[in-house]
Design a binder for this molecule. Structure first.
Ligand SMILES: Cc1cc2nc3c(=O)[nH]c(=O)nc-3n(C[C@H](O)[C@H](O)[C@H](O)COP(=O)(O)O)c2cc1C
Length: 326
């Protein structure tokens, strides 16, 4: 039996498959079921910074009044109020009693201070780590890249000075110099980076002539973005990298480990195939390792990362004439 264990954020994981933050991780029964099916850790559904929530509530109401579809705002739980925060903290306490795998709390934030006390409370209630889902759409016309990046660094500095559990940052790929930002972020006090978050995809309903949301769940083809960046950065960063988005099967897990990921996070495949999919992915990983003669994940982790492949141009170039010559 190959050893599937790995480490992430200093936590020992029995295998590299973590259940991502989603509605599947917002109640005890579902988390127990994920753990039973082999998840090595879970990231709880995000609690949104209250300020954002208030803004979101206002924004959602305004948008709905002007004819937009409420489902567009899936990620904005406009009902989040203090009692939801308390429920969240209770959930952590409850989970501590029922599951032994690491529980990672999750906060979705965009400003610097309002929500810091949630983080402290999560730590006090037994979270093993905290994932910060931080996203600022770079759509401001008057904000420079440096100003946007500074917001990230200010939040990280403040948060990591206030809590002592490991912090990991879930980011998007919307940065003008992504490699440089990933490297700089990895050199802060965070212990991990999750590449990448997935957002709702806007679309237009051409009959109704309105904005709609499509593709809440990912597809296996969506793997390429995180695969490229994990492979590109895993040799060059000072913290753990975890892959997220588009990992649907055992092959997806193996690819991300070959790229250099410490672990992977999965959500869509669990919605599509049920939590049993974790077991199927683990069996595929085990079978592949046996076939290849690998005894542990470290035997092959990062084997196809930027620093180790013969032709890193394949990672660097997005357009190759020969591939477009169909
Ligand atoms: C229904 C649903 C709810 C989600 N809620 C959250 C959330 O609260 N916080 C968060 O960081 N990500 C959330 N996500 C994003 C997932 O954690 C994950 O990053 C994304 O779905 C991409 O991974 P996948 O391809 O495995 O689905 C949610 C995803 C789905 C499908």
């Amino acid at each position: 039996m190959p050893d599937l264990s790995t480490t992430y954020l200093g936590l020992k994981l029995k295998n590299p498959i973590i259940a991502s933050s989603s509605t599947l991780t917002d109640n005890v029964e579902s988390v127990k079921n994920l753990a039973k099916n082999g998840a090595s850790a879970v990231v709880l559904r995000s609690i949104f910074e209250e300020e954002i929530t208030m803004e979101a509530e206002h924004y959602v109401k305004e948008a709905i009044n002007s004819g937009y579809d409420e489902s567009l705002f899936d990620y904005f739980d406009s009902r989040v109020k203090q009692h939801n925060v308390e429920q969240y903290l209770d959930l952590l306490l409850e989970l501590r009693r029922h599951v032994t795998i690491p529980i990672i709390g999750s906060i979705n934030a965009v400003t610097n201070h309002e929500w810091m006390y949630f983080a402290k409370k999560m730590e006090a209630n037994g979270a093993d780590a905290l994932e910060l889902n931080l996203f600022l759409m770079p759509s401001h016309l008057n904000r420079t890249c440096e100003e946007t990046e500074k917001i990230y660094f200010d939040i990280i500095n403040k948060l990591t000075s206030e809590i002592s559990i490991p912090v990991t940052l879930k980011i998007s790929h919307y940065f003008s110099n992504l490699a440089s930002v990933i490297k700089k972020l990895s050199e802060t006090n965070i212990k991990g980076l999750v590449l990448f978050n997935k957002f709702f995809s806007p679309d237009f309903d051409i009959e109704e002539e309105k904005l709609i949301s499509t593709y809440v769940l990912s597809n296996p083809q969506d793997l390429a973005m995180s695969l490229r960046w994990i492979a590109m950065m895993s040799d060059r960063v000072s913290c753990d990298l975890v892959a997220s988005t588009g990992i649907h099967d055992g092959a997806g897990v193996i690819k991300q480990l070959l790229a250099g990921a410490k672990a992977v996070q999965v959500a869509s495949t669990l919605y599509k195939n049920g939590p049993e999919q974790i077991g199927a992915m683990l069996r595929d990983l085990e079978e592949w390792m046996n076939r290849k003669g690998y005894k542990s994940i470290n035997d092959f982790r990062g084997k196809l990362s930027y620093g180790k492949v013969k032709d890193p141009a394949l990672l660097e170039r997005v357009q190759f004439m020969k591939y477009f010559n169909l």
